[in-house]
Design a protein around this ligand. Structure first.
Ligand SMILES: Nc1ncnc2c1ncn2[C@@H]1O[C@H](COP(=O)(O)OP(=O)(O)O)[C@@H](O)[C@H]1O
Ligand SMILES: [Mg+2]
Length: 387
């Protein structure tokens, strides 16, 4: 389980250290940085899949995703006596992401390349990455450390070995290194991060993939776009908790039951409802109903991830469905660590009543995202690796 998430210089997250529990509800007013937190975590997950630089480029490049405020605030600004003023940048550009759990911690530091005659002068580079054991980075806890192109690994005897093969500035050590004997921790951390699952804004328009008839293959994990919804629901029926699926549907739509229509191996989702003579097919379901089924399929996955992250799952759901959604989320948190970003008071209130849940309220202070009530949360200590 993750105990700490740390982000520096990513959009409005100038420096944010968040304590995490089994079920975390991230909330706060519009523009407080909830989606930025979601995106930062997704970016962190991409390091282990080799997509961090490409994803930054898709967001407009490192320059645009960097914190746009000053490196530090003058004392008079903090006291409210002076407006925020631009200062000359003294520190190097540094976007940092990290997490710590019971067993391991990981941090990555992205910056700009050294001046050279390469045309890729605006392409971010990975300056530093490291893995340590335990919740806090201490020199003695360091297990793997990457400085620029060089990776160093600490052996069982405590001696450091530098790998002969340098890594490219745009590759994470996590994707470039695959020898489980010399660095089992790296493989463990990588596999943990690769299992993280993110869902945001499923499409529910008329042409949404989830409404289409799809080849039915065993699907323990719902796709990001929900395209394999019917197969995922049938997989829950056959190898997962089918009873929980039926309960979740009946809970939200009294008297209703999901049916998977099999057109010679091609599956379509349908919902049998009270008072109707035939089940409604994928194309006929309302946006809210379809989205609820997508969320149910994601949350009842027979192969639960280590971490499940949802961004505003309440979107386009009728408020009456929110208590049922909260029950599904609470159930998922028994098998996965869960992080839900939400702006819906009813969902937040329902989740707050669940055992093991923790609310993290964000607020903007001088443009930067901060914990609204840091005193109420047990913010763990955090140390960034030095460059
Ligand atoms: N590079 C940046 N530096 C500072 N603030 C930023 C940057 N990029 C976006 N923001 C701010 O982040 C806010 C959006 O945060 P977001 O996470 O989408 O809010 P919400 O809590 O509504 O999901 C905007 O108000 C925007 O001003
Ligand atoms: Mg948002």
């Amino acid at each position: 389980m993750l105990t700490t998430l740390a982000i520096a210089n990513y959009r409005s997250l100038r420096e944010l250290i968040v304590p995490l529990g089994p079920l975390n509800v991230i909330t706060g007013p519009n523009g407080s940085g909830k989606s930025n937190l979601y995106r930062a975590l997704r970016l962190l997950a991409l390091t282990a899949r080799g997509g961090v630089i490409t994803s930054l480029a898709r967001e407009g490049g490192l320059q645009s995703t960097l914190w746009a405020g000053p490196e530090r605030f003058a004392r008079a600004v903090l006291a409210g006596a002076m407006p925020v003023q631009g200062t000359v940048r003294k520190d190097a550009v540094s976007l940092r992401l990290g997490f710590a759990g019971d067993a391991f911690g990981y941090a990555i530091d992205l910056g700009m390349p050294m001046p050279s005659n390469s045309q890729f002068s605006l392409d971010p580079v990975i300056k530093h990455e490291c893995i340590w054991s335990g919740p806090l980075l201490r020199p003695s806890a360091l297990l793997v450390s990457r400085q620029g192109p060089m990776i160093r690994i600490r052996g069982d005897d405590g001696e450091w070995t530098t790998l002969a093969q340098p890594v490219a500035s745009f590759d994470s050590m996590m994707t470039e290194f695959a020898d489980p004997r010399s660095a089992p921790e790296m493989i463990a951390v990588r596999e943990q991060i690769r299992s993280w699952r993110f869902y945001d804004h499923f499409r529910t328009d008329a042409l949404a993939p989830a409404r289409q008839v799809q080849i039915g293959t065993h699907t323990p994990v719902l796709a990001d776009d929900g395209a394999n919804l019917a197969a995922a629901l049938q997989t829950i029926r056959e190898i997962g908790d089918g009873a929980a699926l039926d309960t979740a549907v009946a809970d939200a739509f009294p008297g209703a039951r999901v049916e998977i229509v099999n057109h010679e191996g091609r599956f379509e989702v349908a919902l049998r409802q009270e008072g109707l003579l035939r089940p409604l097919r994928g194309a006929e379901l309302s946006d809210g109903t379809l989205r609820y089924l997508l969320l149910a399929a994601a949350l009842l996955s027979p192969r639960p991830p280590a971490l499940l992250v949802l961004d505003e799952p309440e979107t386009s759901l009728h408020p009456d469905l929110l208590p049922s959604l909260a029950r599904l989320i609470a159930r998922a948190s028994q098998h996965s660590q869960v992080l839900v970003v939400s702006h819906a008071p009813r969902l937040v209130a329902a989740l707050e009543r669940e055992a093991g849940s923790q609310s993290i309220v964000l607020a903007r202070k001088l443009g930067a995202t901060a914990l609204a009530d840091a005193d109420a949360l047990d913010v763990p200590p955090w140390k960034w690796p030095a460059r």
